[in-house]
Design a protein around this ligand. Structure first.
Ligand code: ACO
Length: 397
């Protein structure tokens, strides 16, 4: 049952819902999730069908515009995105202000926020064309910035985007090629990367998207709003989980230690949780995880890594946990981050970059929600509180 409290406020009703477990903050026509059935639809299309038949940029178009593009619309969209892949040359100097050992997400919060200092001409949030230009800029520049963050951290020169390459292929080119050596990117790895971006593209009102909406409700510009989403995504309970999964697998270290870690995760006195397991909404298998697992198998076969010790620990952990009564009873299944971490590691992406890749993939979802809010009727988001502090008291003396 849905109670619309707008008609009841002012009549004495006050709701208290920590963690927003059963409070809708908005209406939205972008993404539908049925957590019990394990269903995820973007604009009505099931995620597994999009993963199989569509690609990341087409899904970006779908999220932003509400319909799949026809062939001409897709061609125009792809070429518009390609037109925007470079970042202002001055922005590359901005990186020098960061320590090279800074966490890539720390640098991303800064450089994405700084886009608003470079692209003033698309900051008019009340103009639809201006909003779309910002959307295209963000989708196009995120992989470029993500790769720059990585290159800066290892002291290699930045690679310019190559616009004759596909979106994910271009990202891997900027990450792994150098001016001295340009290798052809494996189509299997490029496809897997595209799928990782696609599977992360949107997930309705999760913590980072809600943060983007809340920031946007004040009238803040889109680049600042996306930077706030990146900050919210960083935590290990959200986008930081894929990095935490790999750290956990390293800590487990050997298949013989798995049982010890499972016992730790079940121990209520111990704050440890099995990273990459469980979800606020899905109490059944995350439909994205199913596709991710299949992609994971393809990538490991392509790279001949089926026997990688860390990956073997992951596969055994998954098997043990999904058969354990504690996890089954609570509906705790591997989430999208469990497998994405394994794929990214196999591709050669360092662990600290995992959440940056999540942020890159999630960008169209953040913008689609921001744009949906700004183009409709909205009010500033202003949660209330249940005050638990002192009653009024006099200053001593
Ligand atoms: N390991 C062990 N126990 C867990 C785990 C886990 N990963 N997740 C939840 N539980 C247990 C809780 O201890 C609780 O048990 P109880 O009922 O006996 O007290 C029960 O399952 C319900 O957990 P909640 O914390 O109430 O679930 P909530 O919806 O608030 O949290 C969350 C969801 C944050 C994803 C949680 O499952 C978790 O911390 N998972 C690990 C981190 C992770 O993988 N995050 C990625 C989320 S997906 C994403 O952002 C793309």
């Amino acid at each position: 049952d849905v109670v619309d409290v707008r008609s009841l406020t002012g009549k004495g009703l006050f709701t208290y819902d920590p963690g927003f477990v059963s409070t809708a903050a908005t209406e939205s026509a972008i993404t539908y999730i049925d957590g019990a059935a394990g269903v995820l639809l973007h604009r009505g299309y099931p995620i597994d069908q999009l993963a199989e038949k569509s690609d990341y940029l087409e899904t970006c178009y779908l999220l932003l515009h509400g319909e799949l593009p026809d062939a001409a619309q897709k061609e125009t969209f792809v070429s518009t995105i390609k037109n925007h892949t470079m970042v202002h040359e001055q922005l590359s100097h901005f990186f020098n202000g960061f320590r090279r050992d800074a966490h890539p997400m720390a640098v991303m919060c800064g450089v994405v926020g700084a886009l608003s200092a470079f692209y003033h001409d698309s900051l008019d949030i009340h103009d639809e064309h201006s909003r779309m230009v910002s959307a295209h800029r963000l989708i196009a520049k995120m992989p470029t910035l993500a790769a720059m963050v990585y290159k800066y951290s290892i002291g290699q020169p930045f690679m310019y985007p190559q616009n004759d390459l596909g979106y994910a292929e271009n990202f891997l080119h900027m990450m792994f090629n150098t001016p001295c050596e340009e290798k052809k990117i494996s189509p299997v790895l490029a496809k897997a990367m595209d799928r990782i971006f696609l599977l992360h593209a949107d997930h309705e009102q999760n913590a980072s998207t809600s943060t983007v909406r809340l920031a946007g409700s004040t009238g803040a510009n889109p680049f600042a709003c996306i930077a706030s989403g990146i900050a919210a995504l960083w935590g290990p309970a959200h986008g930081g989980a894929n990095e935490a999964v790999l750290n956990m697998l390293n800590e487990i270290g050997d298949e013989s230690n798995i049982d010890k870690f499972i016992a730790k995760a079940k121990d209520k006195e111990d704050p440890f949780r099995l990273m990459g397991f469980g979800h606020r909404v899905y109490k059944n298998f995350d439909p994205r995880a199913k596709v991710m697992k299949q992609t994971c198998d393809e990538v490991l076969a392509e790279l001949g890594m089926e026997d990688d010790p860390l990956l073997k620990i992951a596969m055994k952990l998954e098997k043990i946990a999904t058969e354990d009564e504690y996890f089954v009873k609570r509906g705790l299944y591997p989430n999208v981050d469990f497998y994405s971490g394994i794929i990214l590691k196999a591709i050669g992406i360092p662990t600290e970059m995992f959440t940056v890749i999540f942020a890159t993939g999630r960008t169209p979802g953040w913008i689609a929600h921001w744009n949906e809010m700004i183009s409709g009727n909205y009010r500033i988001g202003r949660p209330r509180q249940l005050y638990t502090g002192y009653a009024k008291r006099d200053y001593p003396g």
